[in-house]
Every structure is written in structure tokens, then in C-alpha cells.
Design a protein around this ligand. Structure first.
Ligand SMILES: [Zn+2]
Length: 345
């Protein structure tokens, strides 16, 4: 029996539009990083922890020839294990090769930006971008603030931030505790004691636009968010669990609602990386049976959860009573897909 494949367009998600070729086959070239560091046509983006060197308004990355950085940052060994920074190969596009240079987060500046994507507090010990040879006006910005990047740059920076966040917490072998070292152009860490390779990890998380039979949308407010912030429900997939099971469990836990029983009541809509620090967001529509179901916040993760009609959500946003998630998030795309168009900020 053949299965008809109906064309269901998936969500066009901002962090899933990468233009470049990761060209993974190049990663095994022993001299790849060394060669590209000397290539005047190559370009490097620079990270300080999980923040990226970019124009202050978030409209462009500060992409420079790797040799420009060599004057101020030791280039490290060909396998990327530099004392001052870690190099990784990101891929190529239109004849240009791209690298990332990851500098350690400043002491006391824990990885991570301010909770709502803001610039975070001033960090006295962080290097000035100009001192590294980056263009005047360059600043360190978290990925959430880079809404103005083009698709090539967004693809490169999403890959780089995800990879940097993995390196940042895998400096030691989880089995024997030995210090690990980066190999394969920044794509593997190796335990020298066991001769064991560690590969980058991502954590799957489900995020769902939950609707009822009247096509109202369920949005919740998390305890640690700014007042008025509402978004779709979401949560990590647990060990041994399917994606659909995770959707049903999270809706039950966070809103005390039961997702309708048919397989078709949980529909996949698309995915994108969300490296804060290591998530892969898997987006769904889910339907709660009936219209009388009253959501109830769990008072642990969520302190408020409500149904919204389209008119009601628009009015609440326009009145400033509801703040929607940022434009790079899959939550924003799920909400606007349900709404049927762009919503104001
Ligand atoms: Zn080990």
C-alpha cells in the first residue's frame, strides 16, 4: 500500500534558514584550521563565551579575516587547542570558508546573557572588541539580539553558539574525569586517557501551540519572566519518551489539560536550534478536546495560563498587557501561524 504524502508546508523558522554548506567532510583534514587561519579570503566570527562580536544594532556580524585576529590572539595548534581561544570550522558559502574563534567567557561572567536577551551587566574583565582587531563599533551581543542578521549570518552564528556552548561544559571526560581536547576542526573532543571521542550534544525540547475546539490558543506566563510576557508551553523531552508523549505530558503538567487522544491531535510543525544553551526546539500544534476545559497553572513553572481568541490576543498586545516572545523564537512563529499573520510587538 502506498501512503499518500500530502504537502503540508512546515514553519519557515528564522534560525533554520542557514545558507552555508557545513562541508563536514573537510573537518578531518589535519591542517584545515591552520590553512584557513592563513587564508586572506576566509572569514571568522568571534565569540566571547556565548556572545558574538557584532554591530551594536545587531544588524551584522563582525566577520574578519582570521589573520587579523592572529595579531592579538594566539592562533593555537592546528587541532584548535589554542591557549587563548578555540577555533572551529563552520563551513563554506559562495567560495568563502568560515571559522569561529571562541574566547572563554570573562571570569565572573557566567555563560548566558540577561534573562530576557538583554545585554547583561557590564563585565570589567572582558576584552574590548577593538583590542582584538575587530572593527570600531563592534560589541558583544547575545544571539537573541541579532534579529537584523541576514540568513547566511544567522545560520553561521547559530551553529557557532551551539558548538561553543557544548565545548564550554565538556572540558572533562564524563567517564574518567580527564581533561578533554578539541579535535576534528572543533567538532569532537577527545579523552586522551581512554582514547575516546565525545560528540556535540543537543537537548530536544517540545514547544506547542495548544488550541481548543473554538481554535483559541493557550499561552502561559512563567514565574521568572517579565510581567506580561506570555508564550506557548514548552518543555524538555525526558529519557525514554517520544515527542508526542512529551507534548501530552507537558500540557498536563503545566496547564492541567488533556490533549485529545487521536494521533492527529499532535501535529509536527518544524524545528530550529535554540542554543540557550543546547536546545533543539521541536514545534507542534496540539488540540485539547472540547471547549470547556479550564487551564490551571502548575504554580511551579507557570504562574498564569489562559486561552486567547485572535481578537483578544491582538487587543492585549496592543494595550501592552501581553508581551509576545521575540521574533527569532519558534514560539513567535507558532503564535503567528495560529493568528494568521504578523502580530505587533
Ligand atoms: Zn575518559
Amino acid at each position: 500500500m502506498s501512503i499518500p504524502l500530502e504537502p503540508v508546508p512546515a514553519l519557515d523558522l528564522p534560525l533554520a534558514r542557514a545558507l552555508h554548506d557545513r562541508a563536514a567532510d573537510h573537518r578531518t583534514e589535519a591542517d584545515l584550521l591552520e590553512r584557513l587561519q592563513a587564508d586572506p579570503g576566509a572569514r571568522a566570527l568571534v565569540l566571547l563565551g556565548d556572545r558574538v562580536a557584532a554591530a551594536a544594532d545587531g544588524s551584522a556580524l563582525a566577520l574578519v579575516a582570521p589573520a587579523t585576529l592572529a595579531a592579538t590572539v594566539p592562533l593555537g595548534t592546528p587541532d584548535g587547542a589554542g591557549a587563548a581561544g578555540l577555533w572551529a570550522y563552520l563551513g563554506e558559502h559562495a567560495g568563502t570558508s568560515y571559522l569561529a574563534l571562541v574566547l572563554p567567557a570573562p571570569h565572573g561572567g557566567a555563560a548566558g546573557e540577561a534573562p530576557d536577551g538583554g545585554p547583561g551587566g557590564a563585565r570589567a574583565t572582558e576584552p574590548a572588541p577593538e583590542a582584538l582587531g575587530l572593527p570600531a563599533g563592534t560589541t558583544w551581543l547575545g544571539l537573541r539580539r541579532l534579529e537584523g542578521l541576514d540568513e547566511l549570518e544567522l545560520g553561521l552564528v547559530t551553529e557557532a553558539v551551539a558548538l561553543a556552548n557544548w565545548h564550554a561544559v565538556h572540558g572533562f571526560c564524563p567517564r574518567c574525569g580527564a581533561a578533554t581536547e578539541p579535535v576534528l576542526s572543533g567538532w569532537v573532543r577527545r579523552c586522551p586517557v581512554e582514547d575516546r571521542e565525545l560528540y556535540p550534544r543537543t537537548d530536544p525540547a517540545v514547544i506547542m501551540a495548544v488550541v481548543d475546539d473554538e481554535d483559541r490558543l493557550l499561552l502561559g506566563h512563567a514565574a521568572h519572566w517579565p510581567e506580561g510576557r506570555f508564550s506557548t508551553l514548552a518543555g524538555f523531552v525526558e529519557p525514554g519518551e517520544s515527542l508526542e508523549q512529551a507534548v501530552r505530558r507537558e500540557v498536563a503538567e503545566e496547564a492541567r489539560l488533556v490533549v485529545a487522544p487521536d494521533l492527529g491531535d499532535v501535529v509536527y510543525r518544524g524545528s530550529q536550534s535554540w542554543p540557550f544553551p543546547a536546545s533543539l526546539m521541536l514545534g507542534f500544534r496540539a488540540r485539547v478536546a472540547g471547549t470547556g476545559a479550564r487551564p490551571q497553572a502548575d504554580e511551579v513553572e507557570l504562574t498564569d495560563v489562559r486561552w486567547f481568541t485572535r481578537d483578544g490576543l491582538l487587543a492585549a498586545v496592543e494595550a501592552g498587557e501581553v508581551l509576545l516572545p521575540g521574533h527569532l523564537s519558534i514560539a513567535r512563529s507558532l503564535i503567528e501561524e495560529w493568528y494568521g499573520g504578523r502580530l505587533p510587538d
